[in-house]
Design a protein around this ligand. Structure first.
Ligand SMILES: [Zn+2]
Length: 379
C-alpha cells in the first residue's frame, strides 16, 4: 500500500530536488536515445552507462546514485512493458517543461530521522505527518504536482483491518445524474458535480491562459503561469472532493455487504461528449475504483457484471424488453409480469440478480432460464 504525505522543503532543498530530477531526466533521455539508435538497452548496459557517465561528469556525481539507478530501472520496466503490450509506444523523452518531477528511492537511499525525510547528499525535508506510518517503509517516491507542491509516497505493509461480518448483498448501476444507484435507496451516491460547480471559475482561468504568452515562442509570461496555477488548483480541489465522497461511500458499501455486484462500466471520453458528461464519467471512475479496491481488500465477493441489457431486462422475471428504453424514460415497466420500478433501480437489481446466480452477464442468465426469457412469458 502507499501512504502519501505532503512535504515542505525549504528553498535549498527544493532546488536540490529539482536538480536531482534534471539529472535523472538526463539519464532517462540518454537511455531513450540509445534505444532509438538501434541497440535495445538492458539493465547491465545501462548500469555501465551510468558508471561511466558518473565517472566523467561532476554534475552527475553530485547526485545520488540510488535515485539514478532507480530511474534506469523504471525505464527498463517501461520499455519491457511497451514490448509486451501491443500498439504501445516506447518510453519517450522527458521534456523539461512537460514532465513533473518524480524521484524514486529504495531503502538504502533514504531514512527518516527526527520526523524528517533524509535523502542522500545532505537533503533533509520536513514531512507533514497527517497520520502515522503503519510499518517501516520499503521505498519512497518523492514527486511534485502541477501546483508545485511536493509529496512523499511511502510503500508500506499494513494488516488488513477485519471488515464487520455481514450477509448483505447489493447491486450497483452507474449513471450521470446519480453516480451510483444501489438496489437499496439508502446506498445511492448522488452526483455532486464538484467539477461542474467550479466550471465557471475554471473557464475564466483557461480564458486568461489563452490570452497570455504560453511560451511557444519566447518565454512564458508570469500572467500565464499564474492563470495555469489557478486552473490546476481548481482541478485539484474538485478531484479531491470527488475522491473524498467516493471513499466515504465505498466504505459504508463494503462494511454493509458481503456480495457487491457492480456494473462493469467503461468510461468513454469521447471527443464530442460535453464537459458535464466527462466530469460525471470521472466521478464514476473514481467511485468504481474505490469500491472494487476496498471490497477486495476486505475479502468481499466483488462481481463485475457486463452492462449490456441490464436496463432493458426485468429484475423480477428476467424478460427482456423488445426495445431499448429511451434515455429520458426514467421508469421501467415489464410487459410480462407488470413489474415497475425506476429505470436505474431496476438495472441495479438485475445486476445483483445476475451476480447472485453466479454469472457476469445478463445473457448467461437468460441462457440458463430459457422459460423466463426469449419473449415467451408465462405470466
Ligand atoms: Zn417482469
Amino acid at each position: 500500500m502507499r501512504y502519501n504525505y505532503r512535504l515542505r522543503p525549504g528553498a535549498q532543498a527544493g532546488r536540490a530536488l529539482l536538480t536531482e530530477w534534471h539529472r535523472c531526466r538526463f539519464l532517462w533521455n540518454e537511455a531513450v536515445h540509445q534505444q532509438k539508435s538501434g541497440s535495445r538497452p538492458d539493465l547491465k548496459k545501462l548500469g555501465k552507462l551510468l558508471t561511466e557517465a558518473r565517472r566523467s561528469s561532476q554534475w552527475l556525481r553530485n547526485g545520488s546514485q540510488n535515485v539514478q539507478q532507480q530511474m534506469l530501472r523504471t525505464y527498463m520496466q517501461a520499455l519491457a512493458h511497451s514490448f509486451k503490450v501491443k500498439g504501445r509506444g516506447r518510453p519517450k523523452v522527458k521534456a523539461r517543461k512537460k514532465t513533473l518531477p518524480s524521484l524514486e528511492y529504495t531503502t538504502r537511499g533514504f531514512s527518516i530521522r527526527d520526523s524528517r525525510l533524509v535523502l542522500p547528499k545532505g537533503v533533509t525535508i520536513p514531512v507533514v505527518w497527517s497520520r502515522s506510518l503503519p510499518s517501516e517503509p520499503a521505498s519512497v517516491r518523492v514527486f511534485q504536482d502541477l501546483l508545485g507542491h511536493w509529496y512523499a509516497s511511502f510503500v508500506v505493509q499494513r494488516d488488513t483491518e477485519p471488515a464487520p461480518d455481514t450477509d448483505g448483498v447489493v447491486g450497483v448501476d452507474w449513471g450521470v445524474t446519480t453516480t451510483a444507484t444501489a438496489t437499496d435507496e439508502a446506498h445511492d451516491l448522488p452526483y455532486l458535480g464538484h467539477r461542474q460547480r467550479c466550471a465557471a471559475e475554471l473557464a475564466k482561468a483557461q480564458r486568461r491562459m489563452s490570452r497570455r504568452r504560453s511560451g511557444k515562442r519566447g518565454p512564458q509570461s508570469n500572467g500565464y503561469q499564474r492563470a495555469k496555477r489557478d486552473a490546476a488548483r481548481l482541478h485539484k480541489k474538485a478531484a479531491r472532493q470527488t475522491q473524498h465522497d467516493s471513499r466515504v461511500w465505498a466504505k459504508q458499501m463494503v462494511d454493509g455487504h458481503q456480495l457487491l455486484a457492480v456494473e462493469d462500466f467503461k468510461p468513454k471520453f469521447l471527443a464530442k461528449s460535453t464537459m458535464a458528461r466527462k466530469a460525471a464519467d470521472s466521478a464514476i471512475g473514481a467511485a468504481k475504483r474505490e469500491l472494487i479496491d476496498r471490497g477486495l481488500r476486505a475479502g468481499r465477493k466483488v462481481v463485475l457484471v457486463k452492462p449490456a441489457y441490464t436496463t432493458m431486462t426485468c429484475s423480477s422475471c428476467f424478460a427482456r424488453a423488445k426495445q431499448q428504453l429511451e434515455l429520458d424514460e426514467r421508469t421501467f415497466l415489464c410487459h410480462c409480469c407488470g413489474y415497475t420500478d425506476s429505470r436505474d433501480r431496476n438495472a441495479a437489481k438485475t445486476i445483483l440478480a445476475v451476480a447472485e446466480r453466479g454469472h457476469t452477464s445478463v445473457d448467461d442468465v437468460r441462457h440458463v432460464h430459457p422459460s423466463s426469457g426469449s419473449g415467451v412469458c408465462a405470466v
